[in-house]
Design a protein around this ligand. Structure first.
Ligand SMILES: [Zn+2]
Length: 427
Protein backbone atom coordinates (compact mmCIF):
# COMPACT_ATOMS: atom_id res chain seq x y z
CA UNK A 1 0.00 0.00 0.00
CA UNK A 2 1.05 3.57 -0.55
CA UNK A 3 2.16 5.30 2.61
CA UNK A 4 0.60 8.64 3.52
CA UNK A 5 2.65 11.79 4.05
CA UNK A 6 2.58 13.29 7.53
CA UNK A 7 3.61 16.74 8.73
CA UNK A 8 4.15 17.72 12.35
CA UNK A 9 2.46 20.78 13.84
CA UNK A 10 5.25 23.03 12.52
CA UNK A 11 4.65 21.59 9.04
CA UNK A 12 7.95 19.73 9.07
CA UNK A 13 7.81 16.37 7.23
CA UNK A 14 7.80 13.14 9.26
CA UNK A 15 8.14 9.57 8.00
CA UNK A 16 5.12 8.60 5.88
CA UNK A 17 2.77 6.25 7.71
CA UNK A 18 0.44 3.38 6.86
CA UNK A 19 -3.18 4.06 5.83
CA UNK A 20 -4.57 2.22 8.89
CA UNK A 21 -2.67 4.58 11.18
CA UNK A 22 -4.01 7.53 9.18
CA UNK A 23 -7.60 6.41 9.70
CA UNK A 24 -6.94 6.07 13.42
CA UNK A 25 -5.35 9.53 13.69
CA UNK A 26 -8.27 11.11 11.84
CA UNK A 27 -10.85 9.23 13.91
CA UNK A 28 -9.26 10.33 17.18
CA UNK A 29 -9.07 13.90 15.94
CA UNK A 30 -5.28 14.06 16.27
CA UNK A 31 -4.75 15.05 12.66
CA UNK A 32 -6.39 16.95 9.82
CA UNK A 33 -6.13 16.49 6.06
CA UNK A 34 -3.58 19.03 4.91
CA UNK A 35 -3.52 18.25 1.19
CA UNK A 36 -5.35 15.81 -1.07
CA UNK A 37 -2.78 15.26 -3.82
CA UNK A 38 -0.49 13.77 -2.66
CA UNK A 39 -2.55 12.85 0.41
CA UNK A 40 -0.90 14.57 3.39
CA UNK A 41 -1.88 14.76 7.05
CA UNK A 42 -1.09 17.53 9.50
CA UNK A 43 -0.68 16.41 13.13
CA UNK A 44 -2.20 18.82 15.63
CA UNK A 45 0.04 18.11 18.63
CA UNK A 46 3.20 16.31 17.65
CA UNK A 47 6.50 18.06 17.08
CA UNK A 48 9.47 16.26 15.52
CA UNK A 49 9.97 12.52 15.32
CA UNK A 50 12.15 9.74 13.96
CA UNK A 51 13.35 10.11 10.40
CA UNK A 52 14.95 7.34 8.40
CA UNK A 53 16.63 7.99 5.10
CA UNK A 54 14.29 8.18 2.11
CA UNK A 55 15.52 8.31 -1.49
CA UNK A 56 13.72 10.11 -4.32
CA UNK A 57 14.21 7.82 -7.31
CA UNK A 58 13.26 8.79 -10.83
CA UNK A 59 13.17 7.11 -14.21
CA UNK A 60 12.72 9.97 -16.69
CA UNK A 61 10.86 9.07 -19.87
CA UNK A 62 9.70 11.07 -22.87
CA UNK A 63 5.95 10.51 -22.37
CA UNK A 64 5.85 9.44 -18.74
CA UNK A 65 8.32 9.45 -15.88
CA UNK A 66 8.26 7.15 -12.89
CA UNK A 67 8.88 8.41 -9.37
CA UNK A 68 9.42 6.17 -6.34
CA UNK A 69 10.24 7.01 -2.75
CA UNK A 70 12.31 4.23 -1.23
CA UNK A 71 13.15 4.10 2.48
CA UNK A 72 16.28 2.47 3.80
CA UNK A 73 15.06 0.54 6.85
CA UNK A 74 17.26 -1.72 8.94
CA UNK A 75 15.59 -4.82 7.51
CA UNK A 76 16.02 -3.63 3.92
CA UNK A 77 14.85 -1.17 1.33
CA UNK A 78 11.13 -0.65 0.93
CA UNK A 79 9.12 1.44 -1.48
CA UNK A 80 6.87 3.86 0.41
CA UNK A 81 5.15 5.76 -2.37
CA UNK A 82 5.10 5.79 -6.15
CA UNK A 83 3.73 7.98 -8.91
CA UNK A 84 3.76 8.26 -12.67
CA UNK A 85 4.02 11.76 -14.14
CA UNK A 86 2.61 12.20 -17.63
CA UNK A 87 4.30 15.02 -19.51
CA UNK A 88 2.74 17.45 -21.97
CA UNK A 89 5.64 17.86 -24.39
CA UNK A 90 3.49 17.04 -27.41
CA UNK A 91 0.87 19.63 -26.50
CA UNK A 92 3.51 22.31 -26.05
CA UNK A 93 5.10 21.44 -29.36
CA UNK A 94 1.73 21.55 -31.15
CA UNK A 95 0.84 24.94 -29.62
CA UNK A 96 4.18 26.47 -30.62
CA UNK A 97 3.94 25.06 -34.11
CA UNK A 98 0.47 26.52 -34.52
CA UNK A 99 1.69 29.94 -33.42
CA UNK A 100 4.66 29.74 -35.73
CA UNK A 101 2.41 28.73 -38.62
CA UNK A 102 0.13 31.72 -38.06
CA UNK A 103 3.08 34.10 -37.91
CA UNK A 104 4.59 32.68 -41.08
CA UNK A 105 1.25 32.93 -42.82
CA UNK A 106 0.84 36.57 -41.89
CA UNK A 107 4.36 37.37 -42.96
CA UNK A 108 4.05 35.88 -46.43
CA UNK A 109 0.81 37.68 -47.23
CA UNK A 110 0.89 40.62 -49.62
CA UNK A 111 0.43 43.32 -47.05
CA UNK A 112 2.87 45.95 -45.90
CA UNK A 113 6.44 44.72 -46.00
CA UNK A 114 7.62 43.39 -42.68
CA UNK A 115 11.03 41.76 -42.69
CA UNK A 116 11.46 38.43 -40.98
CA UNK A 117 13.16 38.80 -37.65
CA UNK A 118 15.70 36.20 -36.73
CA UNK A 119 19.15 37.75 -36.34
CA UNK A 120 18.46 39.27 -32.92
CA UNK A 121 17.61 35.96 -31.33
CA UNK A 122 20.08 34.41 -28.94
CA UNK A 123 19.71 31.18 -27.07
CA UNK A 124 21.27 31.05 -23.64
CA UNK A 125 23.73 28.35 -22.65
CA UNK A 126 22.02 25.04 -21.98
CA UNK A 127 18.84 26.05 -23.81
CA UNK A 128 16.27 23.29 -24.24
CA UNK A 129 13.18 23.41 -26.47
CA UNK A 130 10.10 24.25 -24.34
CA UNK A 131 8.61 20.78 -24.89
CA UNK A 132 11.73 19.13 -23.43
CA UNK A 133 12.20 21.73 -20.74
CA UNK A 134 8.69 21.01 -19.47
CA UNK A 135 9.71 17.40 -18.71
CA UNK A 136 12.66 18.56 -16.64
CA UNK A 137 10.50 21.11 -14.87
CA UNK A 138 7.73 18.59 -14.14
CA UNK A 139 10.12 16.28 -12.35
CA UNK A 140 11.78 19.17 -10.58
CA UNK A 141 8.36 20.40 -9.40
CA UNK A 142 7.57 16.99 -7.98
CA UNK A 143 10.94 16.72 -6.29
CA UNK A 144 10.29 20.07 -4.58
CA UNK A 145 6.73 19.17 -3.60
CA UNK A 146 7.69 15.78 -2.21
CA UNK A 147 10.63 17.20 -0.29
CA UNK A 148 8.14 19.36 1.60
CA UNK A 149 6.02 16.29 2.48
CA UNK A 150 8.67 13.67 3.14
CA UNK A 151 12.16 13.84 4.65
CA UNK A 152 14.22 13.14 1.52
CA UNK A 153 17.88 12.36 2.08
CA UNK A 154 19.07 11.03 -1.29
CA UNK A 155 18.28 11.09 -5.01
CA UNK A 156 18.73 8.39 -7.65
CA UNK A 157 18.24 9.04 -11.35
CA UNK A 158 18.49 6.91 -14.46
CA UNK A 159 20.90 9.00 -16.49
CA UNK A 160 22.00 6.99 -19.52
CA UNK A 161 20.79 3.97 -21.38
CA UNK A 162 24.08 2.15 -21.02
CA UNK A 163 27.45 2.76 -19.49
CA UNK A 164 29.79 3.60 -22.35
CA UNK A 165 32.71 3.89 -19.95
CA UNK A 166 32.10 0.35 -18.83
CA UNK A 167 31.76 -0.81 -22.43
CA UNK A 168 35.00 0.84 -23.53
CA UNK A 169 37.20 0.28 -20.52
CA UNK A 170 36.17 -3.09 -19.25
CA UNK A 171 37.88 -5.97 -20.96
CA UNK A 172 34.83 -7.33 -22.67
CA UNK A 173 36.45 -10.55 -23.77
CA UNK A 174 36.09 -12.96 -20.93
CA UNK A 175 33.10 -11.13 -19.49
CA UNK A 176 29.94 -13.08 -19.80
CA UNK A 177 27.72 -11.28 -22.27
CA UNK A 178 24.72 -13.57 -21.97
CA UNK A 179 21.57 -12.55 -20.17
CA UNK A 180 21.82 -12.62 -16.43
CA UNK A 181 24.98 -10.69 -15.75
CA UNK A 182 24.69 -6.91 -15.38
CA UNK A 183 27.39 -6.47 -18.02
CA UNK A 184 25.21 -8.48 -20.39
CA UNK A 185 22.39 -5.99 -19.98
CA UNK A 186 24.68 -3.08 -20.69
CA UNK A 187 25.99 -4.78 -23.83
CA UNK A 188 22.49 -5.73 -24.96
CA UNK A 189 21.13 -2.20 -24.47
CA UNK A 190 24.10 -0.85 -26.40
CA UNK A 191 23.57 -3.30 -29.24
CA UNK A 192 19.83 -2.60 -29.38
CA UNK A 193 20.56 1.10 -29.74
CA UNK A 194 23.32 0.57 -32.26
CA UNK A 195 21.47 -1.86 -34.51
CA UNK A 196 18.13 -0.10 -34.30
CA UNK A 197 16.29 -2.83 -32.35
CA UNK A 198 16.11 -5.14 -35.33
CA UNK A 199 17.87 -8.15 -36.81
CA UNK A 200 21.05 -6.82 -38.43
CA UNK A 201 20.79 -9.37 -41.26
CA UNK A 202 17.14 -9.54 -42.32
CA UNK A 203 15.80 -6.42 -40.56
CA UNK A 204 13.08 -8.32 -38.67
CA UNK A 205 11.50 -6.21 -35.93
CA UNK A 206 9.54 -7.20 -32.82
CA UNK A 207 11.10 -10.66 -32.72
CA UNK A 208 13.36 -12.05 -29.97
CA UNK A 209 16.90 -10.99 -30.85
CA UNK A 210 20.03 -12.91 -29.97
CA UNK A 211 23.49 -11.50 -29.40
CA UNK A 212 25.48 -12.79 -32.35
CA UNK A 213 29.21 -12.95 -33.15
CA UNK A 214 29.97 -11.61 -36.62
CA UNK A 215 33.19 -13.60 -36.67
CA UNK A 216 32.16 -16.77 -34.82
CA UNK A 217 34.10 -17.71 -31.72
CA UNK A 218 35.02 -21.00 -33.39
CA UNK A 219 36.79 -18.97 -36.11
CA UNK A 220 38.74 -16.86 -33.63
CA UNK A 221 36.18 -14.08 -33.16
CA UNK A 222 36.26 -12.18 -29.85
CA UNK A 223 33.57 -11.18 -27.38
CA UNK A 224 34.29 -7.47 -27.90
CA UNK A 225 31.29 -5.27 -28.67
CA UNK A 226 32.80 -4.47 -32.06
CA UNK A 227 32.32 -8.14 -33.01
CA UNK A 228 28.77 -8.39 -31.70
CA UNK A 229 25.48 -7.71 -33.40
CA UNK A 230 21.85 -8.73 -33.00
CA UNK A 231 20.21 -11.43 -35.09
CA UNK A 232 16.88 -13.20 -35.07
CA UNK A 233 16.89 -16.91 -34.31
CA UNK A 234 16.47 -17.93 -37.97
CA UNK A 235 19.37 -15.79 -39.21
CA UNK A 236 21.59 -16.89 -36.35
CA UNK A 237 20.94 -20.55 -37.20
CA UNK A 238 21.30 -20.08 -40.97
CA UNK A 239 24.58 -18.20 -40.64
CA UNK A 240 26.11 -21.01 -38.61
CA UNK A 241 29.90 -20.86 -38.51
CA UNK A 242 30.28 -18.42 -41.41
CA UNK A 243 31.51 -14.87 -40.81
CA UNK A 244 29.18 -12.00 -41.62
CA UNK A 245 31.25 -11.23 -44.74
CA UNK A 246 31.07 -14.81 -45.98
CA UNK A 247 27.33 -14.84 -45.37
CA UNK A 248 26.87 -11.83 -47.65
CA UNK A 249 27.01 -8.94 -45.20
CA UNK A 250 30.55 -7.49 -45.46
CA UNK A 251 29.26 -3.99 -44.64
CA UNK A 252 28.16 -4.99 -41.14
CA UNK A 253 31.68 -5.68 -39.95
CA UNK A 254 32.76 -2.19 -41.04
CA UNK A 255 29.71 -0.61 -39.41
CA UNK A 256 30.40 -2.38 -36.15
CA UNK A 257 33.83 -0.79 -35.89
CA UNK A 258 32.31 2.72 -35.84
CA UNK A 259 31.46 3.96 -32.35
CA UNK A 260 27.82 4.79 -31.67
CA UNK A 261 27.49 8.50 -32.17
CA UNK A 262 27.09 10.48 -28.93
CA UNK A 263 26.10 7.35 -27.07
CA UNK A 264 26.98 9.07 -23.82
CA UNK A 265 24.59 11.96 -24.34
CA UNK A 266 21.56 10.06 -25.55
CA UNK A 267 19.19 12.40 -23.91
CA UNK A 268 19.72 16.11 -23.34
CA UNK A 269 16.78 16.31 -20.94
CA UNK A 270 18.25 13.69 -18.65
CA UNK A 271 21.46 15.66 -18.34
CA UNK A 272 19.55 18.87 -17.73
CA UNK A 273 17.60 17.13 -14.98
CA UNK A 274 20.82 15.72 -13.55
CA UNK A 275 22.37 19.17 -13.32
CA UNK A 276 19.23 20.53 -11.72
CA UNK A 277 19.07 17.75 -9.12
CA UNK A 278 22.75 18.31 -8.34
CA UNK A 279 21.89 21.79 -7.05
CA UNK A 280 19.97 20.23 -4.13
CA UNK A 281 23.24 19.14 -2.51
CA UNK A 282 21.77 15.73 -1.66
CA UNK A 283 23.79 12.62 -2.53
CA UNK A 284 22.89 11.84 -6.13
CA UNK A 285 23.19 8.30 -7.42
CA UNK A 286 23.03 7.64 -11.14
CA UNK A 287 22.17 4.42 -12.89
CA UNK A 288 22.00 3.10 -16.42
CA UNK A 289 18.97 1.70 -18.21
CA UNK A 290 20.75 -1.63 -18.41
CA UNK A 291 21.11 -1.80 -14.64
CA UNK A 292 17.48 -0.81 -14.06
CA UNK A 293 16.31 -3.63 -16.30
CA UNK A 294 18.74 -6.04 -14.69
CA UNK A 295 17.51 -5.15 -11.18
CA UNK A 296 13.87 -5.36 -12.20
CA UNK A 297 14.09 -8.76 -13.89
CA UNK A 298 16.30 -10.21 -11.13
CA UNK A 299 13.55 -9.42 -8.64
CA UNK A 300 10.79 -10.67 -10.94
CA UNK A 301 8.93 -7.34 -11.15
CA UNK A 302 6.85 -6.42 -14.22
CA UNK A 303 7.74 -3.39 -16.34
CA UNK A 304 6.09 -0.14 -15.28
CA UNK A 305 7.54 3.33 -14.96
CA UNK A 306 7.27 3.44 -11.18
CA UNK A 307 8.84 0.01 -10.68
CA UNK A 308 11.67 1.06 -12.98
CA UNK A 309 12.14 4.14 -10.82
CA UNK A 310 12.38 1.98 -7.68
CA UNK A 311 14.96 -0.24 -9.42
CA UNK A 312 17.25 2.57 -10.60
CA UNK A 313 20.92 2.29 -9.72
CA UNK A 314 22.90 0.07 -7.38
CA UNK A 315 20.42 0.79 -4.57
CA UNK A 316 17.66 -0.76 -6.70
CA UNK A 317 19.08 -4.28 -6.51
CA UNK A 318 16.90 -5.23 -3.53
CA UNK A 319 13.70 -3.21 -3.07
CA UNK A 320 10.57 -4.51 -1.45
CA UNK A 321 7.35 -3.38 -3.15
CA UNK A 322 4.18 -3.88 -1.15
CA UNK A 323 1.47 -5.50 -3.29
CA UNK A 324 -1.17 -4.52 -4.19
CA UNK A 325 -0.41 -0.85 -4.27
CA UNK A 326 -2.25 2.17 -5.61
CA UNK A 327 -0.11 4.42 -7.68
CA UNK A 328 -0.87 8.09 -8.19
CA UNK A 329 -1.12 9.05 -11.87
CA UNK A 330 -0.19 12.69 -12.27
CA UNK A 331 -0.89 14.38 -15.58
CA UNK A 332 0.63 17.73 -16.42
CA UNK A 333 -2.06 20.15 -17.63
CA UNK A 334 -0.22 23.46 -17.67
CA UNK A 335 -1.36 26.67 -16.03
CA UNK A 336 -3.40 28.14 -18.84
CA UNK A 337 -2.29 30.48 -21.61
CA UNK A 338 -0.31 33.63 -21.18
CA UNK A 339 -1.23 34.87 -24.65
CA UNK A 340 -3.41 37.98 -24.26
CA UNK A 341 -4.63 38.11 -27.85
CA UNK A 342 -6.54 35.11 -29.09
CA UNK A 343 -6.15 34.83 -32.88
CA UNK A 344 -8.75 33.39 -35.25
CA UNK A 345 -7.98 30.53 -37.62
CA UNK A 346 -6.14 32.93 -39.96
CA UNK A 347 -3.95 34.51 -37.32
CA UNK A 348 -5.87 37.76 -37.00
CA UNK A 349 -6.79 39.15 -33.57
CA UNK A 350 -10.16 37.82 -32.61
CA UNK A 351 -10.58 38.17 -28.84
CA UNK A 352 -8.77 39.43 -25.81
CA UNK A 353 -8.05 37.03 -22.98
CA UNK A 354 -10.09 37.78 -19.85
CA UNK A 355 -8.28 39.83 -17.23
CA UNK A 356 -9.26 37.60 -14.33
CA UNK A 357 -8.27 34.00 -13.92
CA UNK A 358 -10.89 33.17 -11.32
CA UNK A 359 -14.64 33.60 -10.96
CA UNK A 360 -16.71 33.19 -7.78
CA UNK A 361 -13.61 31.95 -5.95
CA UNK A 362 -12.84 29.14 -8.38
CA UNK A 363 -10.38 28.76 -11.21
CA UNK A 364 -10.00 26.28 -14.02
CA UNK A 365 -8.21 23.18 -12.78
CA UNK A 366 -9.60 23.21 -9.23
CA UNK A 367 -10.66 19.78 -7.99
CA UNK A 368 -14.12 20.12 -6.49
CA UNK A 369 -16.94 18.17 -4.96
CA UNK A 370 -20.38 19.05 -6.28
CA UNK A 371 -23.55 18.18 -4.37
CA UNK A 372 -26.42 18.87 -6.75
CA UNK A 373 -29.83 18.47 -5.08
CA UNK A 374 -32.17 18.35 -8.07
CA UNK A 375 -32.32 18.21 -11.83
CA UNK A 376 -30.80 16.10 -14.57
CA UNK A 377 -27.37 15.82 -12.96
CA UNK A 378 -28.52 15.49 -9.34
CA UNK A 379 -26.09 13.68 -7.07
CA UNK A 380 -22.57 13.94 -5.76
CA UNK A 381 -19.76 14.48 -8.27
CA UNK A 382 -16.04 15.00 -7.98
CA UNK A 383 -13.67 16.29 -10.60
CA UNK A 384 -11.73 19.06 -12.19
CA UNK A 385 -13.72 22.15 -13.16
CA UNK A 386 -13.39 24.51 -16.06
CA UNK A 387 -14.72 27.95 -15.12
CA UNK A 388 -16.78 30.30 -17.22
CA UNK A 389 -17.26 33.99 -16.48
CA UNK A 390 -20.85 33.36 -15.51
CA UNK A 391 -22.20 31.08 -12.82
CA UNK A 392 -22.21 28.00 -14.99
CA UNK A 393 -19.02 25.95 -14.80
CA UNK A 394 -18.17 22.74 -16.61
CA UNK A 395 -17.63 19.62 -14.54
CA UNK A 396 -17.38 16.07 -15.92
CA UNK A 397 -19.28 17.06 -19.05
CA UNK A 398 -22.20 19.01 -17.56
CA UNK A 399 -22.89 22.54 -16.34
CA UNK A 400 -22.91 23.28 -12.65
CA UNK A 401 -23.57 26.40 -10.56
CA UNK A 402 -20.67 27.34 -8.25
CA UNK A 403 -22.99 27.44 -5.23
CA UNK A 404 -23.05 23.62 -5.26
CA UNK A 405 -19.24 23.31 -5.25
CA UNK A 406 -16.77 22.71 -2.44
CA UNK A 407 -13.07 23.07 -3.18
CA UNK A 408 -11.03 19.92 -2.54
CA UNK A 409 -7.70 20.85 -4.13
CA UNK A 410 -6.46 24.10 -5.62
CA UNK A 411 -5.44 24.10 -9.29
CA UNK A 412 -1.71 23.35 -9.38
CA UNK A 413 -1.04 22.49 -13.03
CA UNK A 414 -1.72 18.75 -12.72
CA UNK A 415 -4.65 16.35 -12.60
CA UNK A 416 -4.63 13.22 -10.52
CA UNK A 417 -6.07 9.74 -10.81
CA UNK A 418 -5.42 6.86 -8.53
CA UNK A 419 -5.03 3.49 -10.05
CA UNK A 420 -5.02 0.28 -8.11
CA UNK A 421 -2.24 -1.99 -9.30
CA UNK A 422 -3.09 -5.63 -8.88
CA UNK A 423 -0.56 -7.99 -10.26
CA UNK A 424 0.59 -10.90 -8.19
CA UNK A 425 3.76 -10.47 -6.17
CA UNK A 426 6.83 -12.29 -7.49
CA UNK A 427 7.27 -15.76 -6.11
ZN1 LIG B 1 17.06 -12.15 -39.19
Amino acid sequence: MQRVFVLDKNRQPLMPCAPARVRELLRKGKAVVFRRYPFTLLLKEREGGDRQSVAFKVDPGSQQSGIALVADFQRGKRMLWAAVVEHRGQQIKAALERRRGLRRGRRSRHTRYRPARFAHRRRPEGWLPPSLLSRVENIWTWFCRLSRSCPLTAIAQELVKFDTQLLQNAEISGVEYQQGALMGYEVREYLLEKWGRQCAYCGAKAVPLQVEHMIPKSRGGSNRVSNLTLACHACNQAKGTQTAAEWGHPDLQKQAKLPLRDAAAVNATRWALYRKLQTTGLPLEIGTGGRTKFNRTQQGYPKTHWIDAACVGESGAQVYLAYPTDVLYIKAMGHGRRQRCRPDAFGFPHAHAPRAKSFAGFQTGDVVKAVIPTGKSAGVHRGRIAIRFRPSFRLNGFNVHPKYLTLLHHADGYTYTKEAVRHSPPA
